[in-house]
Design a protein around this ligand. Structure first.
Ligand SMILES: C[S@@+](CC[C@H](N)C(=O)[O-])C[C@H]1O[C@@H](n2cnc3c(N)ncnc32)[C@H](O)[C@@H]1O
Length: 205
């Protein structure tokens, strides 16, 4: 849905990525073509565009040259920022299923761009695993700070999981220096609090 939403914007590579999603779906590897067809995403598109662009603004504004994007999904940011030269090393990390699809997409786009030398690395990993996070960070130059970026992740995590992710990010920032950049601030009235007994919707602000 987010990938479709970005196709209504001028964000580079959004349409190419969604085109590949459709193609992979037709080949029977990725999401079901009927499900893809049903996605509209027009109402949320401005929010997806805004949160994407504010992250880019901050990463560039602070002059970060190394980025770890966790729960990166089908974002074009890694391709965009390594292509325009604003980043030296970009590492994307997500769960294995989505990373498998992302690899196919990036490979297809790089083939189009006739790109050989890569500054973009795609890693499988769970944000709740400190070990996976530090493995992903193994691509970075230890002497330079990093930006850890997350977009559209936190609202799906319980409070305890949010604390775990924050702790894992802190461990990386202690080593490299840098910052965590996320637009994932959800007003209480819109958030879903997950408890051990299941999901409970909070309706009061
Ligand atoms: C709403 S999507 C947002 C994707 C991307 N950040 C974007 O804006 O296009 C949420 C992403 O979080 C990933 N995710 C959820 N739980 C995760 C976890 N425990 N570890 C790593 N990724 C996770 C999902 O696989 C999915 O790609």
């Amino acid at each position: 849905m987010v990938a479709k939403g970005r196709t209504f914007s001028d964000i580079p590579f959004s349409r190419e990525i969604f085109h590949e999603v459709e193609k992979i779906g037709r080949e029977g590897v990725g999401p079901d073509p009927d499900d893809i067809e049903k996605i509209t995403a027009t109402d949320l598109a401005p929010r997806f565009e805004a949160r994407y662009k504010i992250i880019n603004y901050l990463v560039r504004g602070f002059g970060f040259r190394q980025v770890l994007e966790i729960a990166s999904g089908l974002t074009p940011r890694g391709i965009e920022m390594t292509e325009d030269g604003s980043i030296d090393t970009y590492v994307e990390m997500d769960l294995p299923g989505i990373m498998k699809i992302k690899r196919m997409i990036v490979k297809a786009i790089y083939r189009e761009l006739k790109k050989k030398k890569r500054k973009l690395f795609l890693e499988e990993g769970d944000v709740l695993s400190g070990e996976a996070m530090s493995r992903a960070a193994g691509h970075f130059n230890i002497a330079r700070p990093i930006a850890v970026v997350s977009e559209g992740l936190l609202r799906y995590l319980s409070f305890e999981e949010k604390a775990e992710v924050a702790g894992n990010i802190r461990d990386l920032l202690v080593v490299f220096g840098g910052a965590w950049i996320t637009p994932d601030v959800t007003v209480r009235s819109k958030s879903i609090i997950r408890t051990k007994r299941g999901a409970t919707s909070i309706s009061s602000a």
